[in-house]
Design a protein around this ligand. Structure first.
Ligand SMILES: Cc1cc2nc3c(=O)[nH]c(=O)nc-3n(C[C@H](O)[C@H](O)[C@H](O)COP(=O)(O)OP(=O)(O)OC[C@H]3O[C@@H](n4cnc5c(N)ncnc54)[C@H](O)[C@@H]3O)c2cc1C
Ligand SMILES: NC(=O)c1ccc[n+]([C@@H]2O[C@H](COP(=O)([O-])OP(=O)(O)OC[C@H]3O[C@@H](n4cnc5c(N)ncnc54)[C@H](O)[C@@H]3O)[C@@H](O)[C@H]2O)c1
Length: 502
C-alpha cells in the first residue's frame, strides 16, 4: 500500500465509502464494474435522460483491465521493451554496456503509478458524479426483479451481468499446496523472481514470459500444444516462438505437467513430453492457463438465467440472457475476452436494453468485426477470419503475404522477421481477415479493420498513399499485389495499345 496503491484504492474502492440509499426501482442495475459494467453504467447514466442506474462491484472498480490486466501488463512490457532494444543495440551499431541493471522494484513502482494515474476514470467519485448509484458488495439475484448487495435490497426493471472471468486453477498435483502466481497476484511483486515457470503459452503466458525474461528472470514456458499461441496463425506464432527461444526462454511444448513439490531450492515441476519425464526447479510459478467465467454466487437460477461453468452466461446475438430482461456483456459471456470487446458489447447492451422498443433496431454481437493484439515483441495482431475458418465455412479465399524483408522501413529498423498476411475472397478484392507480425502490429491492424468494417476492398486501399518509409506500407504492397493479379493478357494488351498513343 504505497502512495500509488493508496491513490488507486481511494479511487476504485474508497475505504470510507457508504453505499447510497437505493432508489425505489432502478431502470438498470449492472453487476460487475469492469470494462463492460462501467461502459454500460456510464453510457446509460451519461445520456442525461434521468434513468436510474445502479452499479454493483464486489472488489475494485475497473475490474481486470485496470487493476490486474491490460494496464499493469502493458506498463511492465514497456520497461521490458527497452531491454529488448538494448539487446538488439549491437546490431544497430551501438556499443551498449551489456550489464544493464534492471531495478525491478522501480519497474513495478512505475506500473503502480501509471495504474493509479489512470484510475480516476474508473473511480467511484466519477460514477457518482455521472448520477450512477455505486454499491460495493457482492451482487446476488433474489427474485425476478430484485437483487441483494450485502444487506441492501435493490429493485430493478432491467439488469446486466458483467461479472467477468478469473484465472483457471490448473489441475496439477501439489500446485495448490506449493502456491503459484496468477494475473491477480503477479503485479503485486516487488522483488524479481530469479527464475519463473510460466504455465500456458496463450496471450498472458507469452506476454509475461517475455517481459520477465527481459527483466532478468530465467524463464521456462510450458505449453500443452505443439506451438505457442495455438489459437493464432501458426506461422505468426512460430516467428514469436523463435524470438522467445533466442532471448533465452526455454519453451517446453506438447507437455503435460504432472506434479509440483517444494524442495529446498524452490518449487520443482515434474513434466513429461512424449512420455519422457523431466523436471525444473524455479523460484516462482505463474499460471496463465485460460479463464473461467464468474457465474457462481449470483443465484442465476432465481431469475431463469442459464449458464455453463466453462462457457459462462448463455446469451443470444442481442446479448440477452435466457431472461429477456437480463443482459450480459464481457468476459462472463463472450469468447472474445478483450477490453475493447467488452466495451463494444456494453454499447450493444445499452442500445438493446434501453433503446430498442418492441425489440426494434437491436444491434447484434455477430456484426462486430473484432481485432486483437498480443503485445509481445514482435506483436501479433489479427482481425477477421483465418484460412482454416474459411475452409470450414466453405469460403474460397486467396492469401497475399508480404514479408517484412521486402518493406524498406522494416529493413532500416532491423525488424524483418515479421509479415503481413491478408485473406481476400477469391475472385474479389473483399478483405476477410489479416494477421500482422511486427514490432507495432497493434498500431497497424486498425487500417485493415476499417477496411473490413466499411467494405473498402484491396483496390481502394491500393489508391491510398502510405508515407514512405513506414512499416504500414506493407498494407499498400499487399493491395498493389492484388491489383497486379487483375492484369490479364487482355488488359496488358489494352495498356500496351494506350502507351502507343500517349
Ligand atoms: C494479464 C491480462 C492482460 C490482459 N491484457 C489485455 C489487453 O492488452 N488488451 C485487451 O483487450 N484485453 C486484455 N485482457 C483482457 C481484459 O482484461 C478483459 O477482457 C476485460 O477486463 C473484461 O472486462 P469485463 O468487464 O468483462 O470483466 P472484468 O474486468 O473481469 O470485470 C468484472 C468485475 O465484476 C466484479 N464481480 C464479479 N462478480 C461479482 C458479483 N457477484 N458482484 C459484484 N461484482 C462482481 C469483479 O470484481 C470485477 O471487477 C487482459 C487480461 C489479463 C488477465
Ligand atoms: N493482449 C491481449 O489482448 C490479451 C493479453 C492477455 C490476456 N488476454 C485475454 O485473456 C484471456 C486469457 O488468456 P490466457 O493466456 O490465460 O488463456 P488462453 O486460453 O488463451 O491460453 C492459455 C493456454 O494455456 C494452455 N494450457 C492450459 N493448461 C495448461 C497446462 N497445464 N500446461 C501447459 N499449458 C496449458 C492452453 O492450451 C492454452 O492454449 C485470453 O483469451 C485473452 O482474450 C488478452
Amino acid at each position: 500500500m504505497d502512495e500509488y496503491n493508496q491513490k488507486l484504492i481511494a479511487n476504485v474502492h474508497p475505504v470510507n465509502w457508504v453505499n447510497p440509499q437505493p432508489a425505489d426501482n432502478y431502470d438498470l442495475v449492472v453487476i460487475g464494474a469492469g470494462t463492460a459494467g462501467l461502459v454500460v453504467a456510464a453510457g446509460a447514466a451519461g445520456l442525461d435522460l434521468g434513468l436510474k442506474v445502479a452499479l454493483i462491484e464486489k472488489h475494485l472498480l475497473g475490474g481486470d483491465c485496470l487493476n490486474v490486466g491490460c494496464i499493469p501488463s502493458k506498463s511492465i512490457i514497456r520497461s521490458s521493451r527497452v531491454i529488448g532494444e538494448i539487446w538488439k543495440a549491437q546490431n544497430l551499431g551501438l556499443n551498449v554496456n551489456k550489464n544493464v541493471v534492471v531495478d525491478f522494484a522501480s519497474v513495478m513502482a512505475r506500473m503502480r503509478q501509471i495504474r493509479a494515474g489512470i484510475s480516476p476514470h474508473d473511480s467511484a467519485a466519477r460514477f457518482k458524479k455521472l448520477g450512477v448509484d455505486v454499491f460495493f458488495g457482492n451482487g446476488r439475484f433474489t427474485s425476478k426483479n430484485t437483487l441483494q448487495v450485502e444487506d441492501t435490497n435493490i429493485k430493478f426493471k432491467k439488469a446486466v451481468i458483467a461479472t467477468g472471468a478469473r484465472p483457471v486453477k490448473p489441475q496439477i498435483t501439489g500446485i495448490e499446496q506449493v502456491g503459484y502466481l496468477t494475473n491477480e497476484t503477479v503485479f503485486s511483486l516487488i522483488q524479481k523472481p530469479e527464475s519463473l515457470a510460466v504455465i500456458g503459452g496463450g496471450p498472458i503466458g507469452c506476454e509475461l514470459a517475455q517481459a520477465f525474461r527481459r527483466l532478468g528472470a530465467e524463464v521456462v514456458l510450458f505449453h500443452s500444444s505443439s506451438h505457442i499461441l495455438n489459437k493464432e496463425d501458426r506461422e505468426a506464432a512460430e516467428v514469436l516462438q523463435k524470438v522467445l527461444i533466442k532471448e533465452g526462454i526455454r519453451v517446453v511444448l506438447n507437455c503435460k505437467l504432472e506434479e509440483v513439490v517444494t524442495v529446498t531450492e524452490g518449487k520443482r515441476l515434474y513434466f513429461s513430453v512424449n512420455g519422457h519425464r523431466d523436471s525444473v526447479t524455479v523460484d516462482e510459478i505463474l499460471v496463465g492457463a485460460g479463464r473461467v467465467p464468474n457465474v457462481e454466487n449470483l443465484n442465476l437460477e432465481a431469475v431463469g438465467v442459464e449458464y455453463d461453468l466453462k462457457e459462462g452466461v448463455k446469451v443470444n446475438d442481442y446479448l440477452q440472457t435466457t431472461n429477456p430482461k437480463i443482459f450480459a456483456a464481457g468476459d462472463v459471456c463472450m469468447n472474445w475476452k478483450f477490453t475493447h470487446a467488452a466495451d463494444a458489447a456494453a454499447r450493444i447492451v445499452i442500445k438493446n436494453a434501453l433503446f430498442a422498443p418492441w425489440g426494434l433496431g437491436k444491434d447484434r454481437l455477430s456484426k462486430l468485426v473484432m481485432p486483437w493484439v498480443t503485445y509481445t515483441d514482435p506483436e501479433i495482431a489479427h482481425v477477421g477470419i483465418y484460412a482454416e475458418d474459411a475452409q470450414k465455412q466453405g469460403i474460397e479465399v486467396e492469401t497475399i503475404k508480404i514479408p517484412f524483408t521486402s518493406v524498406d522501413r522494416a529493413i532500416a529498423d532491423s525488424e524483418e522477421s515479421g509479415f503481413l498476411k491478408i485473406l481476400h475472397k477469391k475472385g474479389t478484392d473483399q478483405i476477410l481477415g489479416a494477421t500482422i507480425v511486427a514490432s507495432h502490429a497493434g498500431e497497424m491492424i486498425s487500417e485493415i479493420t476499417t477496411a473490413i468494417v466499411h467494405q473498402i476492398g484491396l483496390s481502394k486501399l491500393s489508391s491510398v498513399i502510405h508515407p514512405y518509409p513506414t512499416q504500414a506500407e506493407a498494407i499498400k504492397k499487399a493491395a498493389d499485389a492484388y491489383r497486379r493479379t487483375l492484369l490479364t493478357p487482355r488488359t496488358k494488351k489494352i495498356l500496351g495499345f494506350l502507351t502507343k498513343f500517349s
